[in-house]
Design a protein around this ligand. Structure first.
Ligand code: TTP
Ligand code: MG
Length: 406
């Protein structure tokens, strides 16, 4: 389904907060960052100051040279933080699908919100209006089918702007823009691209992947996707898990390897199922063991390719387990497995490996069956042993201590 993502960014944020506090600063070249005779750089410049060539990151002395009549303000972070919190609270009134980025910007997933606000345009106007009324500052908004295009749209619309890019117009919108407009292209990447004769986003999207990969490694692919207006990144709600793990303490300390292994695989499947529910893949698997004397160890392995399959998670868990068991002979009190370094799944076109595709299909089928008939309705040979040990409910086995999700 086509998504609609809105990106909102406050205009000249630090300056705007100062201007809201002291209206006589409005319409003037204002620089927040410090006094011009001090060392330091410009944090925020009013649009009037920008017309003199002043921009964020520029040494204050340079800013002073360009515009001696500008008003230089030291600024105070607590009031910016306060304004930022109020800004995010206003956005949260419009949608729970909100991803704050930094201090003055956010992505909103507004798919389907036309039905509430009349149109996405109306919704953006209402948001801008409330920010203006309650904070006295202007915001710019961009709306498009994906994050990267929405962000570029809000940036281009500044100040006090609103720009919507219709579905399927992404490419033609991006094509004429200079490459520096693409988020993620810093000074160095820009130099490389220009040396290759790639000056516009359109040219970048038409550059052979092999060329981009040879200069930017795997990021080359992402660059080209973004340049083509393709960006699968979701709006991530804050507090979304950075890692997923399950662990359990055995009824009594055990040396029973089959039980330990089966439990590990079961916990691995719970982790995998949760991971897929969140639409994520993991790059790291961690085994946790607590021995009878309460010594606790963790062992991790980083994957060469991110994965979300039960098989991969359990295989690595088992491998780490057998290494650990070879070193320590004590009975085991607790076992846990977790995944971290979570990423968005690679797109289908990356999945050249057909065995990976088969595993992915298998997991999808298992997830469907479990959703319908309960977690233990389908089991691998690896966990079957648990059937005789733990009571089953629709939600899975009732382990001696619940498997924790953190
Ligand atoms: P930005 O949104 O990048 O800049 P801005 O809000 O001042 O201007 P606009 O969005 O209209 O282009 O950054 C938000 C705030 O973060 C900015 O007001 C001050 C702070 N900041 C710094 O302290 N140092 C910097 O180098 C940048 C870029 C921003
Ligand atoms: Mg801003």
């Amino acid at each position: 389904m086509a998504r609609t993502i809105m990106h909102i960014d406050l205009d000249a944020f630090f300056v705007a907060v100062e201007q809201a506090e002291k209206p006589k600063l409005k319409g003037k070249p204002v620089v927040v960052g410090g006094r011009p005779d001090r060392r330091g750089v410009v944090a925020s410049a009013s649009y009037e100051a920008r017309s003199f060539g002043i921009h964020a990151g520029m040494p204050l002395a340079t800013a002073y040279r360009l515009c001696p009549q500008a008003i230089f303000i030291e600024g105070g972070f607590p009031k910016y933080r306060d304004a930022s919190q109020k800004f995010m609270a206003i956005l949260a009134d419009f949608t729970p699908f909100l991803e704050p980025i930094g201090i003055d910007e956010a992505y909103l997933d507004v798919t389907g919100f036309e039905s509430i606000y009349g149109s996405i345009h109306q919704m953006a106007l209402a948001i801008k209006q409330r920010i203006k009324e309650e904070l006295g500052i202007c915001a710019s908004a961009g709306a498009a089918s994906c994050k990267v295009v929405a962000k570029i749209a809000s940036d281009l619309s500044k100040p006090d702007g609103l720009l919507e890019i219709a579905n399927r117009d992404e490419r033609s919108f991006l094509a004429p823009l200079p490459i520096a407009k693409l988020p993620g292209i810093g000074k160095k990447a820009e130099r490389i691209l220009r040396s290759l004769g790639i000056n516009t986003i359109g040219k970048l999207s038409a550059t052979p992947l092999s060329t981009l990969k040879s200069h930017f490694g795997t990021s080359g692919e992402l660059l080209r996707s973004y340049a083509s207006g393709i960006d699968d990144r979701k709006v991530e709600l804050p507090g979304a898990a950075k890692s997923i793990s399950r662990e359990t303490t055995f009824g009594k300390d055990t040396r029973d390897r089959s039980l330990v292994k089966a439990t590990l695989c079961y916990l691995g499947e719970r982790v995998g199922s949760n991971l897929r529910q969140q639409g994520k893949q993991a790059r790291c698997v961690t085994l946790k063991l607590r021995y009878a004397d309460f010594t606790t160890i963790t062992r991790s392995q980083t994957l060469t390719q991110a994965s979300d399959t039960d098989r991969t998670i359990s295989d690595i868990g088992l491998k780490l387990l057998s290494k650990a068991l070879a070193q320590e002979k004590q009975p085991i009190r607790l076992i846990g497995i977790g995944v971290s370094n979570l990423t968005e799944p690679a797109r289908q076109l990356d999945m050249l490996d057909s065995s990976a595709q088969r595993l992915e299909k298998l997991n999808k089928t298992i997830d469907r069956i479990r959703k319908k008939y309960g977690f233990t309705a389908i089991q691998t040979g690896r966990t079957l042993l648990l059937k005789d040990i733990f009571p089953e409910t629709e939600r899975g086995y009732t382990l001696h201590t619940p498997s924790l999700s953190r």
